[in-house]
Write a protein that binds this ligand. Structure first.
Ligand SMILES: [Zn+2]
Length: 207
């Protein structure tokens, strides 16, 4: 297994690993030393969450006088990806803000595309677009707060055990459940992947 990680010339204290997926649009975990201190799930399939996002985005644009976005959003409640991405990126950046010297780490879009190509459950093209937008929203919101965003080109983050590093496809039981066939560690599969993304980045970082 080979990871392509550029060694950063700075030392983050908290690594926010973000896994982008299907059942959960995004899962973020905060890795400090060896402890995972917080995990947030952003469930794109939940209608309540979508409506809340839409309302929040709209009122924000109205109060900022962003007429272009208000106009564009009128009558387009069915196209919710933009609102979802707006909300999720905001929450991921505020999660990062709670920690000292954070860095937000995501899987490169190329890796995500390769991974979702084989999923029959969704429209891969559509999701690629949505993930690209989410990543760019996270980038500019993070930049406003002076938080770095990095990418790892990591294969097998969904098959690797975040506890012992054992990598095998049998580890992944289904879309939501991860169980390591080596050490027996069990976790939500998106959570496990988000911790792996953080750890892959850390292994490329200087000690
Ligand atoms: Zn394990």
């Amino acid at each position: 297994m080979k990871y392509e990680v550029d060694k950063p010339h700075y030392q983050p204290r908290t690594i926010i690993g973000v896994d982008l997926g299907v059942s959960k649009l995004a899962t973020a975990s905060a890795l400090s030393k060896d402890a995972v201190s917080k995990v947030n799930f952003f469930d794109g399939s939940e209608l309540r969450f979508k409506r809340k996002c839409y309302k929040r985005s709209l009122s924000e644009w109205q109060s900022n006088g962003n007429d272009a976005m208000v106009r564009r959003s009128k009558g387009k409640i069915s196209n919710l990806s933009t609102y979802l991405n707006h909300c999720i990126s905001k929450e991921i950046v505020s999660l990062a803000e709670q920690y000292p010297n954070p860095v937000i780490v995501m899987e490169s879009l190329k890796g995500i595309r390769e991974r979702i190509k084989y999923s029959k459950r969704m429209n891969a093209e559509l999701h690629s677009w949505s993930f690209a937008q989410l990543q760019s929203f996270i980038e500019y919101k993070a930049m406003e707060k002076g938080i770095r965003v990095e990418y790892v080109n990591a294969k097998n983050t969904s098959r690797m055990c975040s506890n012992c590093g054992h990598t095998h496809k049998s580890n992944r039981k289904d879309q939501t459940h991860f169980k390591c066939s080596e050490c027996g560690y069990e976790a939500n599969s998106d959570f496990n992947a988000s911790v792996n993304i953080a750890k892959v980045f850390r292994e490329g970082a200087p000690t």
